[in-house]
Design a protein around this ligand. Structure first.
Ligand SMILES: *Cc1c(COP(=O)(O)O)cnc(C)c1O
Length: 411
């Protein structure tokens, strides 16, 4: 496997050393093949909001697997998950299930282009929307971690149709729309960015996107693959009251199995084949096991759970901040709902330029120190950490204590 992994951010290339090889995981804990236990804040990069191998999800999957693993024909499970998603994210009047976040965003972009009969799209620097050609320009996640702007293999015409703007820069996006608004099919945005660490989109920035896309006949796509059921129970659209034309989901919606969803306004979604002519298909789309894990996961979510998890994230980030301040280490923490990050940075951090000023060498040392003491966070400041329903106040306090020891040793 190139780099020894099946997805680049799993490698510890930018912090040095080898990734953990995992044996098993349960709840908030993950265990490597050498028998070490860690408190896990990676949580499969987001999906496991209920923790690993959650009892109800496991039981539901055990029953489902006996009934067959794939049919390639409609099931009530797909309708059931779609209804649950629609109840939580009402702007998704009609939707399609796919097998990854990449597929969801790729299909949403194609749909936006087909619906508007325009080719150009807008994305924000440091936002990541999966690895399809049009979206691999100035992207976050592994592209940010490994310093790649445009991936080799993406033809120039694709890259040229992808216009990029700095995140949270309201003036720049207004300017672009004044010049080229009538050529733009859509704006795709992570309304809380999570692939350059957590950087919330400001209310005025997101409202501006809504206003200018509407005025110019282009579509607004909220990529909530990460923030959906993470920033809050109803995604960022629930937190801000801003309704996009299309939404993409992934990660939590599959409860640890491969699921993505794209959906939104019924008049737009009706352009998808076979209702319309914008092509989309998938052998394993709406797979019964994946639907089962999603249904079991979403059925356990409620507003109170998010309040409880949010309090723990507050406690965690406040504890880490207090410790860093006491040791005189420049540190910024950001959190929204169950997403949180720590940056070795003077701050403030509002966009990719700001986040790139973070001290990567100190991060690499610090990451390895806390890992050696049983705390597993993302091996990059350009990624988000998460919390699950299983993390306890004791876990939080232990994590803060281990951060404190690391500051004592390294500051
Ligand atoms: C993870 C992610 C994707 C890609 O999803 P995959 O399932 O990895 O293909 C797209 N958009 C955002 C915002 C993500 O965080």
């Amino acid at each position: 496997m190139p780099g020894g992994v099946n997805s680049p951010v799993r490698a510890f290339k930018n912090v040095g050393g080898n990734p953990l090889f995992i044996d098993h995981a349960k709840g908030q804990h993950i265990y490597d093949i050498d028998g070490n236990e860690y408190i896990d804040y990676v949580l499969s990069w987001g999906p496991l909001v209920l923790g690993h191998a959650e009892d109800h999800v496991v039981a539901a999957l055990q029953t489902a697997v006996e009934r067959g693993t794939s049919y390639g024909a409609p099931t009530q499970l797909e309708t059931q998950l779609a209804e649950m998603v629609q109840n939580l994210v009402p702007s998704m009047e009609m939707m399609r299930m796919v097998s990854s976040g990449t597929e969801a965003t790729m299909s949403a972009i194609r749909l936006a282009r087909g619906f508007t009969h325009r080719d150009k799209i807008v994305k924000f620097i440091g936002n990541y929307h999966g690895h399809s050609d049009s979206l691999l320009v100035d992207a976050g996640s592994g592209m940010a971690t490994f310093g790649i702007n445009t991936s080799p293999g993406v033809p120039d015409p694709f890259a040229l149709d992808t216009l990029t703007v700095e995140y949270n820069d309201t003036a720049a996006i207004r300017d672009l729309f004044e010049k080229q608004g009538d050529e733009i099919a859509c704006v795709i945005v992570e309304p809380v960015a999570g692939n350059m660490g957590v950087i919330p989109g400001t209310q005025s920035f997101l409202e501006t996107l809504r206003e200018i896309t509407k005025a110019s006949g282009s579509l607004l796509i909220f990529d909530e693959v990460m923030s959906g059921f993470r920033a809050g129970l109803h995604g960022v659209q629930g937190l801000t009251g801003i309704t996009p034309d299309l939404t993409t989901l992934g990660k939590v919606v599959g409860g640890g199995l491969p699921v993505g969803v794209f959906g939104g306004r019924k008049d737009i979604m009706s352009d998808i084949t076979p209702a319309g002519n914008v092509y989309h298909a998938g052998t394993l789309s709406g797979n019964p096991l994946a639907m089962t894990a999603g249904i079991s996961t979403l059925s356990q979510l409620n507003a109170d759970l998010y309040i409880q998890m949010g309090k723990k994230v507050d406690r965690l980030t406040a504890g880490i901040q207090e410790s860093a301040d006491r040791h005189g280490v420049p540190l910024v923490t950001h959190h929204v709902g169950t997403m949180w990050s720590y940056f070795f940075n003077e701050g403030p951090i509002n966009n990719f330029v700001d986040v790139k000023k973070s001290d990567e060498q100190f991060f690499a040392k610090f990451f390895k120190e806390i890992l050696a003491n049983g705390i597993y966070t993302a091996p990059s400041q350009f990624e988000t950490n998460f919390l699950s329903a299983k993390h306890t106040d004791e876990d939080i306090d232990r994590t803060v204590a281990i951060f404190d020891d690391a500051f004592t040793k390294l500051a």
